[in-house]
Design a protein around this ligand. Sequence first.
Ligand code: MG
Length: 219
Amino acid sequence: MKAEDIGSLGIKGFLDHEEGMALYRAARGASPLGPCLEIGSYCGKSTLYLGLGCRESGGILFSVDHHRGSEEQQPGQQYFDPELFDGASGRVDTFRLFRGAVEKAGLEDTVVPVVARSETAARMWSMPLSLVFIDGGHSYPTVFSDYTAWMPHVMPGGYLLIHDLFPDPGEGGQAPFYIHGLALASGLFVEEERVKTLGVLRRHPVGFVPDEVRDRRDW
Ligand code: MG
């Protein structure tokens, strides 16, 4: 299937189609350099956009999610979906729908599900990544810990994508926007594009020095 048609599958999720197409383009560009990884796959919508981009170059997408729903998706919370509640375990379970979406899109040889908490998956991680997409839990501690755990694995020339950027605090939570600012202030990344609430950052290649640094003579 084509990325343009993902919308017609009716997969649950909070990702806008234009944002999804930006994920697809970034994964297509990044995946020849190395594996891609997403944090927070939920029911697989973003996974399909990223996965189809990876498949074009024979790449791999690691898709990290504990599949128990994030803080705001628990019973009684704002984004709780009763259809995703598994009575047998008494917990949210998004893995069944995720798996179905990956099958439907023919991405079983591209997507490697990592069913674990992000920090557990990160603890022993040592593989350089061509793309990291941060879209897990949205509390400050969760977003901050995802950023510090995974950002160092983005290879030079690779992408760091952050979802749910709301420059206006009245429109949404500020934690993703906060780490977006940290990434830019680090001097390691430049913003390539912003598509609605998706930020596409690119890590500078080895040896890159920005003009404002190159031109300094105040030693
Ligand atoms: Mg999101």
